[in-house]
Design a protein around this ligand. Structure first.
Ligand SMILES: [Ca+2]
Ligand SMILES: [Ca+2]
Length: 400
């Protein structure tokens, strides 16, 4: 394995916080340097194939990486680059993959992706061939689970995940454009700007899924019953802390604040009446913020411009990270680690970017001009407890 680009990431204590923790360090290296990677979105770690890692590329392909070996010949698992999935390749494309909780037995998995003509986002169920030794897509099988019409090319969100309850959670963006002009996020007839929860193991015809019992708006007039929570803008990356049952959701802000939220059943997360904990600057409703759920953590646009949600580390290898939420900012490359006590953040610590440069822009310089060598798009924990970080610019880092 190549060990070029050995990088040291150092966590600094932010002294403005309640409690200082010992300085933590995490050493990482760039891996899979012999694979051509463009706009990586996600890694997936099938537990029945521990030596293989699936790499989702936004362009419409999924590659199989050999965990420890060389990857000189590209092993393509899925290739949809000939399908009409992308008009603008900034936020459209293949946006997430979730293995079924029983993937080992039923071989099912779910991709979340855009489609064109008409513009929409879709969850498609796929499966692998019945071969315990290999990971091969069954080209004969495909089932469209849900399709959501998209008014604009941006804010499609992505990265669905299964909850500990076995249901599929999906985070959808507000449909796009600035300001959520149609107020989809607060419109309970719309599936845009929401967290959805659906049961993909059953069908309630004509749906290709079932509304799980316990969804908060069953039989509520004026509500789509798929809705689990409302008021999100572009919630990139849902992830579970399985130990505490917390569902983390980062929500990308517009001009002011980037949010980390804990998603509660039936909750309203504010957009587009609030951006973070503040009233939205172009708010056009008279609603006050009572009843909306504030972020557990937020940062303003002097630190970042587009939050990338991460994951709570639940492995054993890097013990000082256990139970902490690791995430970053796509715009500036800055990364954070939050320590939690139940549902509260007790400390935040910064991670320097890969060049050991603090990513605060110089005074008077816009963030667009600032140095952002690392564009975090996802964080993962491997089966072996290693921490992975994906750089949208085509690099994958793994802890040592
Ligand atoms: Ca959209
Ligand atoms: Ca919010």
């Amino acid at each position: 394995m190549k060990k070029s680009s050995l990088i040291l990431l150092t966590l600094l204590v932010n002294f403005s916080l309640v409690r200082a923790e010992p300085v933590l360090t995490l050493h990482v290296e760039q891996v899979f340097t012999d694979t051509s990677i463009d706009k990586p979105i996600q890694l997936c770690f099938p537990s029945n194939h521990p030596t293989k890692i699936l790499l989702v590329l936004q362009e419409g392909r999924i590659l199989i990486l050999s965990k420890d070996g060389e990857n000189k010949s590209e092993n393509v698992f899925l290739d949809w680059t000939d399908r009409d999935i992308i008009e603008k390749n900034f936020e459209e494309g293949l946006l997430g993959l979730a293995l079924h909780p029983s993937f080992q037995e039923n071989r099912l998995f779910y991709v979340y992706h855009t489609m064109q003509n008409p513009k929409r986002t879709v969850v498609t169920e796929l499966r692998t061939l019945n071969d315990a030794n290999q990971l091969i897509l069954d080209q004969s099988y495909e089932r469209e689970i849900i399709s959501i019409r998209q008014p604009y090319w941006n804010h499609n969100s992505g990265l669905p995940c299964f909850g500990p309850d076995g249901y599929l959670y999906l985070s959808t963006g507000d449909g796009g454009k600035a300001n959520d002009p149609n107020r989809f996020s607060q419109n309970t007839f719309s599936l845009l700007g929401k967290i959805l929860r659906i049961d993909v193991d059953s069908k309630d015809s004509p749906l290709e899924y079932k509304i799980p019992p316990g969804n908060p708006f069953i039989d509520a007039p004026g509500f789509r019953e798929e809705i689990w929570a409302i008021g999100l803008r572009n919630p990139w990356r849902l992830s579970w802390d399985y130990l505490n049952g917390n569902l983390f959701c980062a929500d990308v802000g517009q001009h002011q604040l980037e949010e980390v939220n804990l998603i509660h059943r039936g909750g309203n997360y504010g957009w587009n009446d609030q951006e973070g904990s503040r009233p939205f600057e172009f708010k056009n409703s008279t609603k006050n913020d009572s009843g909306t759920i504030k972020p557990i953590f937020e940062y303003s646009h002097d630190l970042g411009t587009s939050i990338t949600g991460g994951m709570v580390y639940q492995g054993q290898k890097h013990r000082s990270f256990i139970g902490k939420y690791i995430f970053g900012d796509w715009g500036t490359g800055r990364c954070w680690v939050l320590s939690m006590n139940g549902e509260s953040v007790t400390t935040q610590q910064f991670l320097l970017n890969e060049n050991m440069i603090p990513v605060n822009p110089p005074q008077g310089q816009s963030l667009v001009q600032s140095i952002a060598p690392f564009k975090p798009v996802n964080f993962h924990e491997g089966l072996d407890g290693e921490i992975y970080a994906l750089d949208w610019k085509g690099r994958i880092y793994r802890s040592l």
